[in-house]
Design a protein around this ligand. Structure first.
Ligand SMILES: Cc1cc2nc3c(=O)[nH]c(=O)nc-3n(C[C@H](O)[C@H](O)[C@H](O)COP(=O)(O)OP(=O)(O)OC[C@H]3O[C@@H](n4cnc5c(N)ncnc54)[C@H](O)[C@@H]3O)c2cc1C
Length: 493
């Protein structure tokens, strides 16, 4: 009797064997696809990441796909021979788990970058590798906008699969709340459509835990008419205003003062020596979708605290918003190939003691010249549109719909320096503990946004504490990715 293994494909477990066999694989790909090996001139360019070399998934080769069927061919091949693979779109994922790719194929999605406004103008179809600047500009040219995030260089699908925080979320919910359907290549290479009416369990799981189920080759989202421009107030507060400022921000969330859906609040701890040579400051943004007369009363609340500097920019359109808020392709947020480390914290309210403690740790960290350009994100973008959605209808953790605050230290440093990475991790952990002080004191449960995870969070912290939810998620995983091909980003298994 022939042994069972004699009919099974022999797994390819070494990078060198994979490279050798890739020529054969290349014959099945479209003419638009390109295979690049480490010896090729373009190799380094394809390793470029928002955080590099800290994050260096150990690719053996890179395939830039040109069609959906290229993705199917590669995934089928990889699964057949047990080869690890990782899709890359914006290359701005920051979780440590991306480093677990031991060898294998980078499936580069960037050529699938089209944006088409659908007939009727109510939805748009977007390529699985499109970046935010491509999508916002294509839709803006037609007077439309979709719920995209806050940095031009990041993809649209990466944030969406885990949530998708946006300056538009107060009005329209998270990016994932606006997903109408997605075409997904599964780990067996088949392509399926997921929507409310087709494969609805996959559609549920994609919206919140989506990096675990397949490669999205294209997807349809709601498109909205752009009715007005924005007014943006950029205020800088010295650190003595910290307690008053965060108390005021809390009032916007606890219902004690009005908070229209068009008002987005965000800011950073940052060092700006001309304002304060010794301490970091709080650079705070009050952004309102409306004219300056409508925005002024909301900004006045913050101006009353006495900022050290104020800049007002009126008549800002959705494309310009990325520049005015410091998130366009040329901004510090989008610089690639230097190390970035983020570690998200989601909060029900700013705790005064914890916030001050987090600030002090940040002040110490940025007194170190290696980290002096680092920041802490302070996002209160608005929750109205998000809370309008029943938490049970998506895989997104319910705390992501109740907690109005998303914060994270963002450490930046140069070079391939293990000690700097260790130190940045240690500072980030201390800031995280400080910010969670209020939650811990109230014996609450910690929650971290999937896309801001550092990589050491538990399943419940990322995906929610309800038993039924985790069971449903695991059941979906067993059904749609039984072999666990998708395991390098906020993994369920
Ligand atoms: C500068 C910066 C700004 C950010 N701004 C925001 C923001 O405003 N709102 C917000 O919510 N988050 C934001 N984030 C976090 C962001 O959501 C994540 O970093 C996200 O993973 C980035 O996606 P990417 O495609 O750019 O990165 P990648 O590293 O290319 O991808 C991240 C993960 O998504 C997977 N993936 C990529 N493409 C596909 C696909 N087509 N189908 C299936 N899986 C895919 C990858 O395999 C990987 O696991 C920001 C991050 C940075 C660094």
């Amino acid at each position: 009797m022939p042994s069972q293994t004699s009919t099974q494909p022999v797994p390819i477990t070494r990078a060198a064997d994979l490279r050798q066999s890739a020529t054969e694989l290349g014959k099945s790909l479209s003419k638009k696809a390109t295979i690049t090996f480490p010896s090729d001139a373009r190799w380094e360019a394809l390793l470029v990441r928002g955080s590099y070399p800290r994050l260096s998934p150990d690719y053996s080769l890179v395939i830039e796909v040109g069609t959906e069927s290229d993705v199917q061919t590669i995934v089928t091949y990889a699964t057949k021979y047990g080869i690890p693979f990782l899709a890359v779109s914006g290359a701005h994922g920051w979780t440590d788990t991306l480093n677990r790719l031991p060898y294998g194929i980078q499936i580069n999605m960037r050529k699938l970058n089209t944006t088409t406004l659908d007939k009727g103008g109510k939805t748009a179809t977007i390529g699985g590798g499109a970046l935010q600047w491509e999508v916002t500009r294509a839709l803006f040219a037609k007077g439309k906008q979709a719920v995209t995030g806050l940095a031009e260089c990041v993809s649209v699908i990466g944030p969406l699969l885990g949530g998708g925080h946006s300056l538009l979320q107060g009005q329209f919910g998270y990016a994932l709340d606006n997903l109408v359907s997605a075409r997904v290549v599964l780990s067996d290479g088949t392509v399926v459509e997921a929507s409310a009416s087709k494969n609805s369990d996959l559609f549920w799981a994609l919206r919140g835990a989506g990096h675990n189920f397949g490669i999205v080759t294209s997807f349809v989202v709601n498109a909205y008419d752009i009715k007005t421009d924005w007014t943006v107030y950029s205020l800088i507060f010295t650190q003595d205003k910290l307690e008053a400022l965060f108390a005021l921000i809390n009032k916007h969330e606890d219902g004690s003062i009005s908070r229209p859906a068009e008002l987005a609040l965000t800011g950073v701890f940052v060092r700006i020596p001309p304002i304060d040579a010794k301490q970091p400051v709080i650079a705070y943004t009050v952004a309102y979708q409306g004219n300056q007369a409508a925005a002024a009363p909301y900004a006045a609340r913050f101006q009353a605290l006495g900022p050290a500097a104020t800049t007002v920019t009126a008549n800002v359109n959705y494309v310009q918003l990325y520049t005015v808020t410091g998130n366009n392709l040329d901004s510090a947020a989008c610089i690639e190939n230097h190390n970035l480390l983020g570690s998200g914290v989601s909060l029900p309210a700013w705790d005064p003691v914890g916030t001050r403690a987090g600030f002090s740790i940040f002040a110490d960290a940025t007194a170190d010249p290696r980290f002096n350009s680092s920041i802490v994100l302070l996002e209160n973008y608005g929750m109205k549109g998000i809370r309008a959605v029943d938490p049970a209808t998506t895989a997104l953790a319910p705390d992501e719909r109740t907690n109005p605050i998303l914060t994270s230290p963002i450490f930046w440093w140069e070079g391939d320096n293990e000690q700097a990475s260790k130190d940045a991790h240690a500072y980030a952990a201390r800031i995280k503990d400080a910010f969670y002080k209020g939650v811990d004191k109230a014996k609450g449960k910690r929650h971290t946004y999937v896309n801001y995870a550092i990589g050491n969070e538990g399943l419940e912290e990322l995906y929610g504490y309800e038993k039924w939810r985790l069971e449903k998620l695991k059941a979906a995983k067993r059904k749609w990715d039984a072999g666990n091909g998708f395991k390098f980003y906020a993994p369920i298994v």
